[in-house]
Design a protein around this ligand. Structure first.
Ligand SMILES: [Zn+2]
Length: 280
């Protein structure tokens, strides 16, 4: 196990807004739209219906009952087991990601309610080194599941990730086995696990915890896959279908259970949770 260093640690503050600008340009239709209007419209462009990219905080706010989130993540920080340097040293990369996102790591973990049903929820932040799963995210996910077992409430995980964190090498790959092992305990204890895949859910996250939900939902438009399209194409030396790694492709091949548009995601999650609550 890596040793976690005691460094500065942030609690998630949902009230704190990093970006104060009033207007945003839609990359799809090019229109300049009023940010508040976009927010009120589930972060969907009011002109063309395109989805705006959501930060983990925005995603969380879009799914849970307002004012119910309590951060339960543990104050652990990434170690640099390989003293890894690519274009910059790994600790520097983490610091920059923390500055950019205002988060301690690539996942927010907390308790909340959805349509008044208590849950433990983890939401990945893609802007934090591609939402990659290193030792800290692996540990937070495990603790989230353990917390769900202890409280006897469902566990919900919203993925947005490029996969395992390369800067931690084998330590990040080990997280795949670790989260899968703890996930088994959720099943043994009869605790529901709902996995929500958003754009993008790929690599070691898709190949482990995100695919292990009792119910796996994809947000409409999510990219779902393991390796990148070009890598697979070159490896198998074959043409890939046009819709390869789309939500529709994953659904048609039994990788996921449902594709849900963003505006219905909270309602859908609430319905599923209430079904499980009736059984329990
Ligand atoms: Zn638009």
């Amino acid at each position: 196990m890596p040793i976690f260093k005691d460094k500065k640690y942030f609690r998630v503050d949902l009230e704190k807004k990093l970006d104060e600008s009033l207007w945003i340009r839609c990359k799809s239709c090019g229109q300049l739209v009023f940010k508040r209007r976009v927010r009120e419209n589930n972060n969907i462009c009011p002109h063309c219906g395109a989805y705006f990219f959501l930060t983990a905080k925005e995603r969380l706010e879009s799914l849970i009952d307002p004012g119910t989130f309590i951060d339960i993540s543990e104050p652990i920080m990434d170690d640099d087991p390989l003293t890894f340097t690519d274009t910059k040293p790994y600790p520097k990369r983490i610091e920059e990601a923390q500055e950019k996102t205002g988060l301690a790591s690539a996942i927010i973990l907390g308790s909340a309610t959805v349509t008044e049903i208590p849950i433990v929820i983890g939401v990945m932040e893609f802007q934090f080194i591609g939402g990659s799963m290193g030792s800290v995210m692996g540990e937070q996910i495990c603790r989230g599941m353990e917390e769900a077992i202890q409280r006897r409430v469902p566990f919900v995980l919203v993925s947005s990730s490029g996969g395992a964190r390369v800067q931690e090498g084998i330590f990040s790959l080990m997280q795949m086995a670790k989260v899968a092992a703890v996930r088994t305990r959720l099943g043994d204890e009869g605790i529901p696990f709902i996995s929500i895949m958003t754009y993008p859910t790929t690599g070691g996250v898709q190949a482990s915890i995100a695919s292990l939900g009792d119910v796996i939902i994809a947000e409409k438009g999510a990219t779902i896959g393991f390796a990148g399209r070009r890598v697979i194409k070159d490896t198998i030396a074959e043409e890939l279908p046009e819709d390869f790694q789309t939500d529709a492709f994953a659904l048609a091949h039994g990788v996921i259970d449902r594709v849900v548009p963003r505006e219905s995601l909270k309602e859908e999650l609430g319905k599923l949770l209430s079904l499980f609550a009736e059984v329990a």
